[in-house]
Design a protein around this ligand. Sequence first.
Ligand code: NAD
Length: 295
Amino acid sequence: MPNSPLILSGKAVSAAIKEDLMLRIKKLAEQGIKPGLTAVLVGEDPASQVYVRSKERQSVQLGFKSIVMRLDASTTQEELLRIVEALNQDASVHGILVQLPLPAHIDDQLIIEAIDPEKDVDGFHPISVGKLVLGLDGFVSCTPAGILEILRYYNIQTEGKHVVVVGRSNIVGKPMANLMIQKRSMGNATVTLVHTRTPDMGVHTRQADILIAAAGVPEFIGADMVKAGAVVIDVGINRVDDASLEKGYRLTGDVNYEAVLDKVSAITPVPGGVGVMTIAMLLSNTVKSAENSLK
Ligand code: NAD
């Protein structure tokens, strides 16, 4: 009889998180504080425009003071640094988000490091990353933080489990692995991180109780790479050409969803899985920053 896995809905988790945020926003309002999120978008990158619009819409829905600064692609690094510095000084701004990637003439890392760590709601600043590694309270990169919330919501324990993370980017793979090794609830896992230089990756992925795929390679995790009964978290959001669709492409994850469905115990869909969580955690980090501003 075919297995019917639990479909881990990011939409359901995100709705629950937003409900909790609304209560916290109400309490902040009683103290005269409105969470302020300013997104800075440089240039015309179409995917970035879509992301920023979505962040703006959802933060407005929750009652944030939401501002999007749309800057010309020719904005210089010095101009952008000055803008970030002004946002650092503005007490009504609790979260600063500089949408990446920036145009090639601007050094992404330099800009990330210019953001006040107290307002680093993306969790990319070295101070935020350092706090994560040390197990201190700070802002955690939104996608891995969202994955933790999905596991928590569906009561999927990580303690003692073998978690295999595919991909070592600074925004997903590395923080994910670091979260999972922490000595606390939703941590305490044994973690393997595989990447492009790992020979025979399947040897590792087949041992995963929880497999987290964040490589950005469409549907490359097939049934032969997962253990029966594994929990699969698919972070990938890849555009694949599809002439049968009017828009000419479809979105797909890193996991071959149909191929693994009968084998796994739980899986996140794409879309509707991890992607939805990233914005929810950005909103959550901003509310946390607004609360911190009262301390
Ligand atoms: P990235 O390109 O910065 O990093 C990908 C990592 O995967 C690299 O470390 C690379 O070494 C590794 N990798 C690439 N090909 C591999 C292979 N064949 N085998 C093993 N490792 C391989 O990407 P990223 O920013 O971490 O994003 C990864 C994917 O997740 C992308 O599809 C991206 O669109 C998606 N993403 C989704 C969200 C979300 O909200 N769901 C957020 C961020 C990224």
